[in-house]
Design a binder for this molecule. Structure first.
Ligand code: NDP
Length: 288
Protein backbone atom coordinates (compact mmCIF):
# COMPACT_ATOMS: atom_id res chain seq x y z
CA UNK A 1 0.00 0.00 0.00
CA UNK A 2 1.11 3.58 -0.57
CA UNK A 3 2.99 5.05 2.43
CA UNK A 4 0.03 7.31 3.07
CA UNK A 5 -3.39 7.41 1.45
CA UNK A 6 -3.83 10.87 -0.08
CA UNK A 7 -6.36 12.70 -2.20
CA UNK A 8 -4.39 11.53 -5.23
CA UNK A 9 -4.17 7.82 -4.36
CA UNK A 10 -5.26 5.65 -7.29
CA UNK A 11 -7.27 2.48 -6.76
CA UNK A 12 -6.93 -0.94 -8.39
CA UNK A 13 -8.56 -4.21 -7.41
CA UNK A 14 -9.34 -7.87 -7.91
CA UNK A 15 -12.86 -8.89 -8.98
CA UNK A 16 -14.25 -12.43 -8.78
CA UNK A 17 -15.47 -14.90 -6.19
CA UNK A 18 -14.01 -16.04 -3.85
CA UNK A 19 -11.23 -13.44 -3.56
CA UNK A 20 -10.46 -13.11 0.15
CA UNK A 21 -7.69 -15.79 0.00
CA UNK A 22 -5.81 -13.95 -2.76
CA UNK A 23 -2.14 -13.09 -2.37
CA UNK A 24 -2.46 -10.26 -4.94
CA UNK A 25 -3.20 -7.42 -2.43
CA UNK A 26 -0.07 -8.26 -0.44
CA UNK A 27 2.04 -8.51 -3.58
CA UNK A 28 0.87 -5.28 -5.26
CA UNK A 29 0.60 -3.11 -2.14
CA UNK A 30 4.11 -4.10 -1.06
CA UNK A 31 5.43 -3.32 -4.55
CA UNK A 32 3.69 0.11 -4.48
CA UNK A 33 5.26 0.76 -1.07
CA UNK A 34 8.77 -0.22 -2.21
CA UNK A 35 8.56 1.93 -5.35
CA UNK A 36 6.81 4.83 -3.57
CA UNK A 37 3.79 4.76 -5.91
CA UNK A 38 0.61 6.45 -4.67
CA UNK A 39 -1.65 3.46 -5.40
CA UNK A 40 -3.63 0.83 -3.48
CA UNK A 41 -5.03 -2.58 -4.42
CA UNK A 42 -8.13 -4.16 -2.82
CA UNK A 43 -10.33 -7.24 -3.35
CA UNK A 44 -14.05 -7.03 -4.20
CA UNK A 45 -16.18 -10.18 -4.18
CA UNK A 46 -18.52 -10.09 -7.19
CA UNK A 47 -20.79 -12.96 -6.08
CA UNK A 48 -23.84 -10.74 -5.84
CA UNK A 49 -22.63 -7.95 -8.11
CA UNK A 50 -23.80 -6.85 -11.53
CA UNK A 51 -20.46 -6.90 -13.36
CA UNK A 52 -21.53 -4.34 -15.95
CA UNK A 53 -22.45 -1.78 -13.27
CA UNK A 54 -19.33 -2.59 -11.28
CA UNK A 55 -17.05 -2.02 -14.28
CA UNK A 56 -18.83 1.24 -15.15
CA UNK A 57 -18.37 2.43 -11.55
CA UNK A 58 -14.67 1.50 -11.53
CA UNK A 59 -14.26 3.48 -14.74
CA UNK A 60 -15.96 6.51 -13.19
CA UNK A 61 -13.70 6.17 -10.14
CA UNK A 62 -10.76 6.37 -12.55
CA UNK A 63 -9.06 3.18 -11.28
CA UNK A 64 -5.65 2.44 -12.82
CA UNK A 65 -6.90 -1.07 -13.57
CA UNK A 66 -8.06 -4.34 -12.11
CA UNK A 67 -7.57 -8.09 -12.10
CA UNK A 68 -10.21 -10.73 -12.67
CA UNK A 69 -10.43 -14.23 -11.34
CA UNK A 70 -13.05 -16.90 -11.96
CA UNK A 71 -15.83 -16.63 -12.99
CA UNK A 72 -15.25 -13.11 -14.32
CA UNK A 73 -12.33 -13.75 -16.70
CA UNK A 74 -14.75 -14.45 -19.55
CA UNK A 75 -17.78 -12.49 -18.27
CA UNK A 76 -15.74 -9.26 -18.53
CA UNK A 77 -15.23 -9.49 -22.31
CA UNK A 78 -18.37 -7.54 -23.42
CA UNK A 79 -17.43 -4.58 -21.20
CA UNK A 80 -13.93 -3.98 -22.58
CA UNK A 81 -12.91 -1.59 -25.36
CA UNK A 82 -9.91 -3.55 -26.65
CA UNK A 83 -8.07 -6.86 -26.12
CA UNK A 84 -4.38 -7.72 -26.37
CA UNK A 85 -3.64 -10.29 -29.13
CA UNK A 86 -3.06 -13.05 -26.53
CA UNK A 87 -6.26 -12.22 -24.59
CA UNK A 88 -8.24 -12.26 -27.85
CA UNK A 89 -6.87 -15.72 -28.77
CA UNK A 90 -7.33 -17.11 -25.26
CA UNK A 91 -10.83 -15.65 -24.95
CA UNK A 92 -10.26 -14.63 -21.32
CA UNK A 93 -8.83 -11.63 -19.47
CA UNK A 94 -7.19 -11.49 -16.04
CA UNK A 95 -5.84 -7.92 -16.19
CA UNK A 96 -7.52 -4.70 -17.33
CA UNK A 97 -5.77 -1.38 -17.78
CA UNK A 98 -7.72 1.87 -17.72
CA UNK A 99 -6.20 4.07 -20.43
CA UNK A 100 -8.01 7.42 -20.09
CA UNK A 101 -11.40 5.76 -19.89
CA UNK A 102 -10.68 3.00 -22.42
CA UNK A 103 -10.49 -0.45 -20.81
CA UNK A 104 -7.84 -2.69 -22.36
CA UNK A 105 -7.92 -6.41 -21.52
CA UNK A 106 -4.79 -8.53 -21.16
CA UNK A 107 -4.07 -12.08 -20.05
CA UNK A 108 -0.90 -12.41 -17.98
CA UNK A 109 -1.38 -16.03 -16.79
CA UNK A 110 0.52 -17.47 -19.75
CA UNK A 111 3.16 -14.72 -19.54
CA UNK A 112 3.63 -15.58 -15.86
CA UNK A 113 3.97 -19.26 -16.59
CA UNK A 114 6.51 -18.77 -19.40
CA UNK A 115 8.57 -16.45 -17.19
CA UNK A 116 8.58 -19.06 -14.38
CA UNK A 117 9.96 -21.62 -16.83
CA UNK A 118 12.58 -19.16 -18.09
CA UNK A 119 13.63 -18.62 -14.48
CA UNK A 120 14.73 -22.26 -14.25
CA UNK A 121 17.22 -21.59 -17.07
CA UNK A 122 15.16 -23.44 -19.68
CA UNK A 123 14.70 -21.87 -23.13
CA UNK A 124 11.23 -22.95 -24.26
CA UNK A 125 12.02 -22.33 -27.93
CA UNK A 126 14.53 -25.19 -27.98
CA UNK A 127 12.15 -28.13 -28.01
CA UNK A 128 8.68 -29.64 -27.97
CA UNK A 129 6.33 -29.20 -25.01
CA UNK A 130 3.57 -31.46 -23.68
CA UNK A 131 0.74 -29.63 -21.95
CA UNK A 132 -1.64 -31.65 -19.77
CA UNK A 133 -5.05 -29.95 -19.59
CA UNK A 134 -7.16 -27.65 -21.75
CA UNK A 135 -9.10 -25.65 -19.14
CA UNK A 136 -8.69 -21.98 -18.25
CA UNK A 137 -5.06 -21.96 -17.13
CA UNK A 138 -3.99 -24.39 -19.85
CA UNK A 139 -5.54 -22.16 -22.54
CA UNK A 140 -3.46 -19.17 -21.43
CA UNK A 141 -0.31 -21.28 -21.30
CA UNK A 142 -0.89 -22.93 -24.69
CA UNK A 143 -1.43 -19.62 -26.50
CA UNK A 144 1.47 -17.83 -24.78
CA UNK A 145 3.82 -20.79 -25.38
CA UNK A 146 2.97 -20.72 -29.09
CA UNK A 147 3.37 -16.92 -29.28
CA UNK A 148 6.73 -17.20 -27.46
CA UNK A 149 8.14 -19.61 -30.06
CA UNK A 150 7.64 -23.12 -28.65
CA UNK A 151 8.08 -25.13 -31.87
CA UNK A 152 5.79 -28.10 -31.13
CA UNK A 153 2.95 -28.32 -28.61
CA UNK A 154 1.27 -31.61 -27.67
CA UNK A 155 -1.98 -30.84 -25.83
CA UNK A 156 -3.24 -33.79 -23.77
CA UNK A 157 -6.74 -33.84 -22.27
CA UNK A 158 -9.40 -36.39 -21.43
CA UNK A 159 -12.45 -36.55 -23.67
CA UNK A 160 -14.32 -34.45 -21.13
CA UNK A 161 -15.59 -30.92 -20.72
CA UNK A 162 -12.47 -29.29 -22.20
CA UNK A 163 -11.91 -31.65 -25.16
CA UNK A 164 -13.49 -29.30 -27.70
CA UNK A 165 -11.45 -26.44 -26.26
CA UNK A 166 -8.28 -28.49 -26.76
CA UNK A 167 -9.18 -28.90 -30.46
CA UNK A 168 -10.01 -25.16 -30.71
CA UNK A 169 -6.67 -24.23 -29.15
CA UNK A 170 -4.71 -26.46 -31.54
CA UNK A 171 -6.55 -24.99 -34.55
CA UNK A 172 -5.99 -21.43 -33.36
CA UNK A 173 -2.28 -22.06 -32.77
CA UNK A 174 -1.76 -23.81 -36.11
CA UNK A 175 -3.57 -21.03 -37.99
CA UNK A 176 -1.94 -18.06 -36.22
CA UNK A 177 1.56 -19.04 -35.11
CA UNK A 178 4.54 -21.03 -36.35
CA UNK A 179 4.03 -23.61 -33.56
CA UNK A 180 2.73 -27.05 -34.61
CA UNK A 181 0.02 -28.10 -32.16
CA UNK A 182 -1.77 -31.45 -31.83
CA UNK A 183 -4.23 -33.00 -29.39
CA UNK A 184 -4.04 -36.40 -27.68
CA UNK A 185 -6.63 -38.21 -25.60
CA UNK A 186 -5.31 -38.65 -22.04
CA UNK A 187 -6.82 -42.16 -21.95
CA UNK A 188 -4.47 -43.30 -24.74
CA UNK A 189 -1.47 -44.22 -22.59
CA UNK A 190 0.95 -45.16 -25.39
CA UNK A 191 0.24 -41.95 -27.32
CA UNK A 192 0.65 -39.80 -24.18
CA UNK A 193 3.99 -41.48 -23.44
CA UNK A 194 5.14 -40.76 -27.01
CA UNK A 195 4.28 -37.05 -26.55
CA UNK A 196 6.26 -36.85 -23.29
CA UNK A 197 9.21 -38.78 -24.73
CA UNK A 198 9.33 -36.29 -27.62
CA UNK A 199 9.27 -33.26 -25.26
CA UNK A 200 11.79 -31.22 -23.30
CA UNK A 201 9.07 -29.58 -21.20
CA UNK A 202 6.10 -31.31 -19.55
CA UNK A 203 3.50 -29.03 -17.96
CA UNK A 204 0.64 -30.13 -15.75
CA UNK A 205 -2.19 -27.60 -16.09
CA UNK A 206 -4.88 -29.99 -14.85
CA UNK A 207 -6.05 -29.93 -11.25
CA UNK A 208 -4.93 -33.56 -10.75
CA UNK A 209 -2.69 -33.75 -7.68
CA UNK A 210 -3.98 -30.56 -6.07
CA UNK A 211 -4.73 -30.71 -2.31
CA UNK A 212 -6.55 -32.59 -0.87
CA UNK A 213 -6.06 -35.19 -3.65
CA UNK A 214 -2.30 -35.25 -3.26
CA UNK A 215 -1.90 -38.97 -4.03
CA UNK A 216 -3.08 -38.46 -7.62
CA UNK A 217 -0.89 -37.77 -10.65
CA UNK A 218 -1.86 -37.01 -14.26
CA UNK A 219 0.93 -39.33 -15.52
CA UNK A 220 0.37 -43.00 -14.64
CA UNK A 221 3.44 -44.51 -16.32
CA UNK A 222 6.58 -42.46 -15.74
CA UNK A 223 8.88 -44.74 -17.77
CA UNK A 224 8.81 -42.03 -20.50
CA UNK A 225 10.50 -39.50 -18.18
CA UNK A 226 14.04 -38.72 -19.31
CA UNK A 227 16.87 -36.62 -17.82
CA UNK A 228 16.47 -33.82 -20.43
CA UNK A 229 12.84 -33.29 -19.39
CA UNK A 230 11.81 -30.29 -17.27
CA UNK A 231 8.62 -31.24 -15.43
CA UNK A 232 6.53 -28.30 -14.33
CA UNK A 233 3.31 -28.32 -12.33
CA UNK A 234 1.21 -25.16 -12.10
CA UNK A 235 -0.34 -26.47 -8.88
CA UNK A 236 1.20 -24.71 -5.86
CA UNK A 237 -0.67 -26.54 -3.10
CA UNK A 238 1.16 -28.79 -2.38
CA UNK A 239 4.47 -27.25 -3.45
CA UNK A 240 5.64 -30.73 -4.56
CA UNK A 241 2.88 -32.72 -6.20
CA UNK A 242 3.12 -36.47 -6.74
CA UNK A 243 4.01 -35.71 -10.38
CA UNK A 244 6.95 -33.54 -9.31
CA UNK A 245 8.18 -36.05 -6.72
CA UNK A 246 8.12 -38.86 -9.28
CA UNK A 247 9.81 -36.67 -11.88
CA UNK A 248 12.54 -35.79 -9.41
CA UNK A 249 13.07 -39.50 -8.66
CA UNK A 250 13.44 -40.08 -12.41
CA UNK A 251 16.23 -37.47 -12.58
CA UNK A 252 14.18 -34.67 -14.19
CA UNK A 253 14.40 -31.01 -13.24
CA UNK A 254 11.17 -29.76 -11.66
CA UNK A 255 9.33 -26.47 -11.15
CA UNK A 256 6.11 -25.70 -9.23
CA UNK A 257 3.30 -23.17 -9.72
CA UNK A 258 4.32 -20.57 -7.13
CA UNK A 259 6.31 -18.46 -9.54
CA UNK A 260 3.59 -18.48 -12.21
CA UNK A 261 1.49 -16.74 -9.57
CA UNK A 262 4.26 -14.24 -8.84
CA UNK A 263 5.06 -13.46 -12.48
CA UNK A 264 1.44 -13.10 -13.66
CA UNK A 265 1.17 -10.42 -10.96
CA UNK A 266 4.45 -8.83 -11.99
CA UNK A 267 3.25 -8.63 -15.61
CA UNK A 268 -0.03 -7.00 -14.50
CA UNK A 269 1.91 -4.52 -12.33
CA UNK A 270 4.04 -3.52 -15.32
CA UNK A 271 0.98 -3.07 -17.54
CA UNK A 272 -0.61 -0.72 -14.97
CA UNK A 273 2.41 1.27 -13.82
CA UNK A 274 4.95 0.94 -16.63
CA UNK A 275 7.42 -0.11 -13.93
CA UNK A 276 8.99 -3.45 -13.10
CA UNK A 277 7.73 -5.08 -9.93
CA UNK A 278 10.61 -5.60 -7.48
CA UNK A 279 10.13 -9.37 -7.81
CA UNK A 280 13.07 -10.43 -5.67
CA UNK A 281 11.74 -8.57 -2.64
CA UNK A 282 8.20 -9.81 -3.28
CA UNK A 283 9.47 -13.37 -3.77
CA UNK A 284 11.35 -13.31 -0.48
CA UNK A 285 8.47 -11.81 1.44
CA UNK A 286 5.51 -13.83 0.13
CA UNK A 287 6.74 -16.79 -1.96
CA UNK A 288 9.13 -18.74 0.27
P1 NDP B 1 -10.15 -25.76 -15.14
O1 NDP B 1 -11.26 -26.39 -14.38
O2 NDP B 1 -10.45 -24.69 -16.12
O3 NDP B 1 -9.33 -26.92 -15.91
C1 NDP B 1 -9.00 -28.13 -15.28
C2 NDP B 1 -8.31 -29.06 -16.27
O4 NDP B 1 -8.00 -30.29 -15.58
C3 NDP B 1 -9.21 -29.46 -17.44
O5 NDP B 1 -8.42 -29.72 -18.56
C4 NDP B 1 -9.85 -30.75 -16.93
O6 NDP B 1 -10.35 -31.57 -17.96
C5 NDP B 1 -8.64 -31.39 -16.25
N1 NDP B 1 -9.01 -32.36 -15.23
C6 NDP B 1 -9.52 -32.10 -14.00
N2 NDP B 1 -9.72 -33.26 -13.33
C7 NDP B 1 -9.31 -34.26 -14.15
C8 NDP B 1 -9.24 -35.67 -14.03
N3 NDP B 1 -9.63 -36.29 -12.90
N4 NDP B 1 -8.75 -36.40 -15.06
C9 NDP B 1 -8.34 -35.78 -16.19
N5 NDP B 1 -8.38 -34.43 -16.37
C10 NDP B 1 -8.85 -33.68 -15.36
O7 NDP B 1 -9.13 -25.24 -14.02
P2 NDP B 1 -7.95 -24.15 -14.16
O8 NDP B 1 -7.38 -24.26 -15.53
O9 NDP B 1 -8.44 -22.84 -13.71
O10 NDP B 1 -6.92 -24.67 -13.06
C11 NDP B 1 -6.20 -25.90 -13.21
C12 NDP B 1 -5.15 -26.01 -12.10
O11 NDP B 1 -4.21 -24.96 -12.24
C13 NDP B 1 -5.72 -25.87 -10.68
O12 NDP B 1 -5.06 -26.81 -9.86
C14 NDP B 1 -5.34 -24.47 -10.27
O13 NDP B 1 -5.14 -24.34 -8.87
C15 NDP B 1 -4.01 -24.28 -11.01
N6 NDP B 1 -3.74 -22.87 -11.33
C16 NDP B 1 -2.53 -22.34 -10.97
C17 NDP B 1 -2.21 -21.04 -11.27
C18 NDP B 1 -0.90 -20.47 -10.86
O14 NDP B 1 -0.72 -19.24 -10.91
N7 NDP B 1 0.06 -21.28 -10.48
C19 NDP B 1 -3.18 -20.16 -11.99
C20 NDP B 1 -4.41 -20.82 -12.35
C21 NDP B 1 -4.67 -22.14 -12.02
P3 NDP B 1 -11.92 -31.47 -18.34
O15 NDP B 1 -12.29 -30.03 -18.27
O16 NDP B 1 -12.02 -32.00 -19.72
O17 NDP B 1 -12.66 -32.25 -17.32
Amino acid sequence: MAYQITGHTRLGCLLGTPVSHSISPMMHNEAFRILGLDCVYLCFDTKNADLKTMVQTLKEMNVYGFNLTMPDKERILPYLDELSPAARMIGAVNTVKNEDGRLIGHNTDGIGYMQSVKDTGYDATTGPMTLLGAGGAASSIAIQAALDGVPVLHIVNRRGRSWDNALRLADLINENTSCKADVTDMAKGVAVKACIKDSLLLTNATSIGMAPNTDASPVQDTSCFHPDLLVSDIIYNPRRTKLLLEAQDAGCRISNGMYMLLYQGAAAFQIWTGKEMPVEEIRQKFFQ
